[in-house]
Write a protein that binds this ligand. Structure first.
Ligand code: NAD
Ligand code: UDP
Length: 337
């Protein structure tokens, strides 16, 4: 049985990927410093899979710990989720982001090469494209991220590409996620950010629970059918499967690939609200307000490459994304959290 090191495996996307890996017959070792997640997620993973991953609480910048993990376990590949992701904070504290996301990835990569692990899957983001002038993003379009967070993602992609060229044994997949939403169908794991959410779906979830009163819909004068922003929302379980397929692909193919993971079909903010209301039976009161600075009217993935090279295609539509989000939040509400 192959063992995969999952950095950031206690976080939102990481925890769903750990479930997909364990369901797919992999052993998992998690390294997470818990700066944006909680240990309780391990109990939830155990309940879902009847199997608990090995867990190390620690930092990807801790070389000694990394070398201990590679000595203790026969790791065949690494999926690297550990990173900071708040765009606003990345602008106000750039060094914190360059240190954690870029320097952290370099330390991890150095230790991986020392340990002769040859497979690396990296969490990148559609944010690396910046504003390419078209709404459908394709992997070979120019990249020009407009914030520090996006630049950290692009830098790591480039570092990995250069390292794969210099180390012919190293195989790398950079996965550019669009808008991950939803939760595991058990309702046991999902996205529950600390403090007031910045993102749409956790905000809607907290309104449904009565924690927040009303949603601000940022912009209603975009050149889109209903005037609100269009995004390519992707169910987190579909995203998780994409990582397992990326590992399969790398087993068969040398070199480095960069692949979009999105459904290819965008939905507006008002469509997401209406669908959530329909599946939850909860009213989501909202106000149409000014556009949020830095937001684009519309973007979505060209997901052809993911289908062609990984054999990946999103299975879940927005009803399922909203149902699973609501199941997760209603269970949180029942626990009083
Ligand atoms: P998350 O914050 O829920 O998970 C990240 C995990 O990494 C957390 O558990 C955190 O404690 C851990 N972590 C952070 N820095 C660490 C460090 N230095 N050492 C060890 N652990 C550390 O975020 P997520 O939404 O699951 O995102 C996972 C990855 O996917 C991130 O790299 C993020 O940038 C990327 N991504 C996320 C989205 C999104 O919308 N959620 C979109 C595109 C890309
Ligand atoms: N959005 C909104 N109100 C909010 C949060 C988000 O109207 O409180 C909109 C945002 O303008 C964008 C969409 O919802 O059109 C998705 O935003 P999110 O922050 O979830 O992801 P982003 O696309 O910015 O990465």
């Amino acid at each position: 049985m192959k063992t995969i090191l999952v950095t950031g495996g206690a976080g939102y996307i990481g925890s769903h990927t750990v479930v997909a890996l364990q369901d797919g017959g992999y052993q998992v070792v998690i390294l997470d410093n818990l700066c944006n997640s909680k240990l309780v997620v391990l109990n939830s993973i155990q309940k879902i899979c009847s199997k608990t991953p090995v867990f190390y609480q620690g930092d990807i910048r801790d070389r000694t710990l990394l070398s201990k993990i590679f000595n203790n376990h026969s790791i065949s590949g690494v999926i690297h989720f550990a990173g900071l992701k708040a765009v606003g904070e990345s602008q106000s504290q750039p060094l914190k982001y360059y240190d954690n996301n870029v320097a952290g990835s370099i330390t991890l990569l150095e230790e991986i090469l020392k340990a002769k692990v040859d497979t690396f899957v990296f969490s990148s983001s559609a944010t690396v494209y910046g504003e390419p002038g078209a709404s459908q993003y394709q992997e070979d379009m120019p990249t020009a991220p407009i914030n520090v967070y996006g630049r950290t993602k692009l830098m790591v992609e480039e570092i990995l590409g250069d390292s794969a060229k210099a180390n012919p044994g190293l195989k790398v997949a950079c996965l550019r996620y669009f808008n991950p939403v939803g939760a595991h169908s058990s309702g046991l794991i999902g996205e529950n950010p600390v403090g007031t959410p910045n993102n749409l779906m956790p905000y809607i979830g907290q309104i449904a629970l009565g924690i927040l009163p009303r949603l601000k819909v940022f912009g209603s004068d975009y050149p889109t059918p209903d005037g609100t922003g269009l995004r390519d929302y992707i169910h987190v379980d579909d995203l998780a499967i994409g990582h397992v397929l990326a590992l399969d692909y790398l087993e068969r193919n040398p070199g480095a690939i960069t692949v979009n993971l999105g459904t290819g079909k965008p939905y507006s903010v008002l469509e997401m609200i209406a669908t959530f209301e329909k599946v939850s039976g909860k009213k989501i009161p909202y106000d149409l307000v000014e556009r949020r600075s830095g937001d684009l009217a519309e973007y979505y993935a060209n997901s052809g490459l993911a289908k062609a090279v990984l054999g990946w295609q999103a299975k879940h539509g927005i009803e399922r994304m909203c149902e699973d989000t609501w199941r997760f939040y209603s269970q949180l509400g029942a626990q009083g959290s």
